[in-house]
Design a binder for this molecule. Structure first.
Ligand code: 6DK
Ligand code: ZN
Length: 368
């Protein structure tokens, strides 16, 4: 069975317009610039997949756009109507003023969601062993009634709900590896015990007021939201330790039918929006770790959905490495940046990182 891969050039056409985060203003010393979430990093990732020949080793799945009914699995009609109208008429913002979209963005977002659902369906029906949907825009900050953090619709959360409501699965796990908190799925599944939401992120990065370890779900959902905030400076070993001591044991207790991985590369050591130190080799090791637990628990069924990653130089290398690992091939001999970063500070598990992870080990027991 092959590993699936999904991308369309249309994804690279997502229009972020003039940057509202840092609008150019010569009086403030701000030159004109692209929005940090411009899709170039993802487009370059796809080009790398093509250039190295990795594309020949994966199963390229066609993208069938999702429909409004799918968006409505987790989002409110009022929010969907607003972005649909603005997308048809003027362009607009997903909800927080830093997440702009252009004309036709709604239709483009349905392509990304369709890629996510198509991958999920192929994995669940055993047509592919696992896969990577290189979608843009990201989704994991989107909440029922608003987009935020460069996200319009929550591809991962909608996929989890789709798996349960439409594909008849019993339990779905979301393991969010983006460096920012997976606040959308946390909110959407807060009171649910059939969707385990795990998020490993940099402590108080974005959103700055969420992602605390003490946010554990409510009602019968208590214990089924598992936040793992890591201190800035955490690298590959911290991630592997969190995987071994928290994520894998939590998944073993939960016994999911499929694992969805919102896959941000912004925990990499070159990223401008965070202060973590994971390398491309580190992402490969983390992916192998995820593959091992997926093998043990869900017949290897892993659904990787692209989230953030803002270094146009390094994000493509990291994405490429993950896709290689999922497909069990090597088409790029080594990390070209490796000679600079692999020996830099931040790879080794530091005592305070170990302590932050060990402290959360009792949380595993509340999953049944
Ligand atoms: N901070 C993401 O990578 C998006 O998780 C990250 C979004 C970071 C936004 C940074 C930002 C503010 C703005 C205003 C006030 C306080 C903080 F979703 C992904 F793309 F994956 O705007
Ligand atoms: Zn992010």
């Amino acid at each position: 069975l092959k590993s699936a891969y999904l991308w369309t050039a249309a994804m690279g056409w997502w229009d972020t317009g003039a940057d509202p985060l840092m609008p150019s203003d010569f009086r403030l010393g701000l030159a004109p610039n692209k929005h940090v979430a411009h899709p170039d990093a993802k487009r370059l990732a796809h080009e790398l997949v093509e250039v190295t020949g990795l594309l020949d080793h994966v199963e390229r799945l066609p993208i069938v756009p999702a429909r409004e009914e799918h968006v409505l699995l987790v989002h409110d009609a009022k929010y969907v109507d607003r972005v649909k109208r603005e997308s048809n008429e003027t362009g607009g913002d997903c909800g927080d003023g830093v997440s702009p979209f252009g004309l036709g963005a709604y239709d483009l977002a349905l392509k990304g969601l369709g890629a996510s659902l198509g991958l999920l369906e192929s994995v669940v029906h055993g047509k592919v062993k696992n896969g990577y949907a290189l979608v843009h825009p990201a989704g994991h900050h989107a909440e029922p009634d608003r987009g935020r953090g460069f996200c319009m619709f929550n591809n991962g959360a909608i996929s989890a709900e789709y798996a349960i409501k439409k594909l008849g699965l019993r339990r779905v796990a979301i393991v969010d590896l983006d460096v920012h908190h997976g606040n959308g799925a946390e909110k959407i599944f807060w009171k649910r015990n059939d969707v385990l939401t795990i998020s490993i992120h940099q402590d108080r990065c974005f959103p700055p007021d969420s992602g605390f370890a003490s946010s554990r779900g409510g009602g019968k959902g208590f214990g089924y939201n598992f936040n793992i905030p890591l201190p800035p400076g955490s690298g590959t070993e911290a991630y592997l330790y969190a995987l071994e001591k928290l994520v894998a044991p939590a998944l073993r207790r939960f016994k999911p039918d499929v694992i969805i991985v919102p896959s941000g590369l912004d925990a990499n050591i070159m990223d401008p929006l965070a202060r973590q130190s994971v390398t491309a080799d580190g992402f490969a090791a983390i992916t192998r770790g995820m593959m091992r637990v997926a093998e043990e628990l869900v017949h290897g069924r892993l659904v990787y959905l692209q989230e953030g990653g803002y270094s146009p130089q390094y994000t493509p290398i990291c994405i490429h490495r993950i896709i290689e690992t999922l497909a069990n091939v090597t088409t790029l001999a080594e990390d070209p940046y490796g000679y600079i970063i692999n020996t830099q500070y931040g790879q080794v598990l530091e005592p305070w990182q170990r302590a932050a992870i060990d402290e959360l080990r009792p949380h595993v027991k509340d999953i049944r």
